[in-house]
Ligand binder design. Structure first.
Ligand SMILES: Nc1ncnc2c1ncn2[C@@H]1O[C@H](COP(=O)(O)OP(=O)(O)O)[C@@H](O)[C@H]1O
Ligand SMILES: [Mg+2]
Length: 244
């Protein structure tokens, strides 16, 4: 069977500078895939190139067995591929409801949009309580929930999330992660780029480690986490120094 999404031999970058080298990434229906690696290793660039925001120099992207290489980012959303960017992922001057509406701009039929919105309010009761508040007045955690809910409004089969836990304190970060697991239960696949390796691997089935724009390691999330050499070399999880 075809994977849900398959990015194959991706080379991408800015101007004529190649940042991502020969990366292949596969997403199966309903799974959570982590993309981890040091700052500046090209994680965001990889996401953006798959989603049509950054130029692909080489490579192929397929979705449900059909090639979508070079398809515009707008059409990609319509196909069922969501994106939660790291920054500016909500409209601060719009209310929560209006932000959710914007997420469904390609969805036809008022009733269907309304049903999705009710679903989002039951998944995120915090948002329901403040649906007429401006997104700009929300806390970091609430804003991140809204960004995820907004992406879900388009009824995607896979969502790409760029550092959804960045700058959140432990409690809101845990809430977001448990919501993501709940979303996974409903059959939506996710690709999560994250600096917080321990947390993201704890909810992922598979992971890719990106170093200098190339895949340094990939595999089962649990075994990757257990691999001492991976932790030290790529993940920045150095063993604690022991005083003697
Ligand atoms: N818009 C851009 N124009 C030129 N270079 C960029 C741009 N965005 C990112 N880069 C460069 O691409 C490299 C990878 O960046 P990025 O994909 O943001 O890494 P990560 O998300 O892993 O931190 C960095 O060297 C960064 O400076
Ligand atoms: Mg990034």
């Amino acid at each position: 069977m075809d994977p849900l999404l398959f990015a194959e031999d991706i080379h991408a970058g800015y101007g004529d500078i190649v940042i991502v080298h020969d990366v292949s990434l596969r997403v199966e229906p309903g799974e959570i895939v982590a993309v981890i690696g040091p700052n500046g290793s090209g994680k965001s660039t990889l996401l953006k190139s798959i989603l049509g925001f950054v130029k692909l120099f080489q490579g192929k992207v397929s979705y449900c067995g059909e090639e979508i290489t070079g398809v515009s980012s707008d059409r990609i959303v319509g196909l069922g591929i969501g994106y939660v960017p790291q920054v500016n992922n909500v409209f601060p001057n719009l209310t929560i409801s209006e932000n959710l509406d914007m997420g469904a701009y390609q969805v036809r039929g008022r009733a269907s949009v309304k049903a999705s919105m009710e679903e989002m309010f039951s998944l995120f009761p915090e948002l329901a309580l403040r649906k007429r508040s401006l997104a700009g007045n929300m806390s970091g955690g609430e804003r991140q929930m809204l960004a995820v809910a907004r992406a879900l409004m388009a009824r995607p089969r896979v969502i790409f999330l760029d550092e959804p836990l960045a700058s959140l304190s432990p409690k809101p970060a845990s809430i977001i992660l448990s919501k993501l697991q709940e979303i996974k239960q409903s059959g939506v696949a996710m690709v999560i780029v994250e600096q917080d390796v321990t947390r993201v691997l704890s909810v992922s089935q598979r992971a890719y480690v990106l170093v200098n724009g190339a895949i340094a390691m990939e595999g089962n999330a649990e075994s990757l986490f257990k691999e001492e050499s991976a932790k030290q070399r790529y993940l920045g999880l150095h063993a604690k120094a022991v005083d003697k």
